[in-house]
Design a protein around this ligand. Sequence first.
Ligand SMILES: [Zn+2]
Length: 386
Amino acid sequence: MEFEAWWLLVPLGCFALGWFAARVDIRYVLQDARALPSAYFRGLNFLLREQHDKAVESFVDVSRRDPHALDLQLALGSLFRRQGRVGEATSIHQSLVDRHDLPKEKRELAQFELAQDFHAAGLFDRAETVYEQLAGSTYEAEAVTKLASVLEQEKAWQKAIAARQRIQKLSGEPQGRFIAQYHCELAELALAAGDTANVTRHLTDASSANRNSARVALIAFKAAFKADDKPAALQALSELKRTSPGLLVLISDDIVTLYERLGTPQEAVAQLASAQDEISTTLGLSRLVDASIKLESRDIALSRLTRALRSQPSAREVARLLELESEKHDVNAAHTMNEVALLLRNATEKTPGFHCGHCGFRAPRYYWKCPGCNEWESFRATPLGQ
Ligand SMILES: [Zn+2]
């Protein structure tokens, strides 16, 4: 009996120890809470009641009295921006930037945050100005990278080139692939304006920034085709086939016209067929069949299509096959075949012809900069059957 009574004391002891530990913790918590200025709690209260202006005022008051609370405000501002509450983020960061008693590093951080608020709000001019003001600061490299993205969105290509050159200098990271794209944008503007000298200049600069850009070859082809410079067009075409054969679909009509002008139209079909052999794409097959119908014959086009579909079936191209075949049959059979073809076409109507190799974004047209992930030259013609 004595043994059992001793055991009854054990839970009692544990309870006493727990109570003591809790008491100690609460004492520390109360001590910490007393150390925080009342303005901090006022700020939180305003925040919970969604009175953001008053909350900011209180937090400014806290940060004046307590240098550690400055980090709290910066964290709060950044949090607001991430939640899409850009107005509140801007007022916190602006109030910090306007203060003259901040240490240099904190002021620069507040400026960097403020520039990102303007950027997120779409106020590109203001974002650009603040990012520029961070030259020589701790945040210069990050600020210039963000500045380059603002300048891209503004399509300020010359300034974007200068920003990329600065990034390269500051971080040592090669920026050639971006610089080449910006020069290509300028070359396309010059091409549309008929400014041949500037097309050549920008393509030369783009090419020295990135030797393997398919876009440079494509614009060079378009410029030479426009000027009816056949040797230059052929050279650009062979370069495009080397760097990105899947992109021949973007200029397939011009390729047909070019070889027609040269008096060797069958060569256009040969070029499209060999590109299709290298990278089998839905659009590539479709363009090849178009060219074959125009320059060879309907029967040859049909046999090209049948061969391609045997190795890689595609509902959309089977519809094409049925339409072409229907012409060989009587009215009733042709009608049925065309009906089936129409059903197949409707089922695949929205099948996009291109996709981003980086994020998978699909689109019926080609983009040099992916609208999904903002990556440059990541779009590809979608493989046959996908
Ligand atoms: Zn993408």
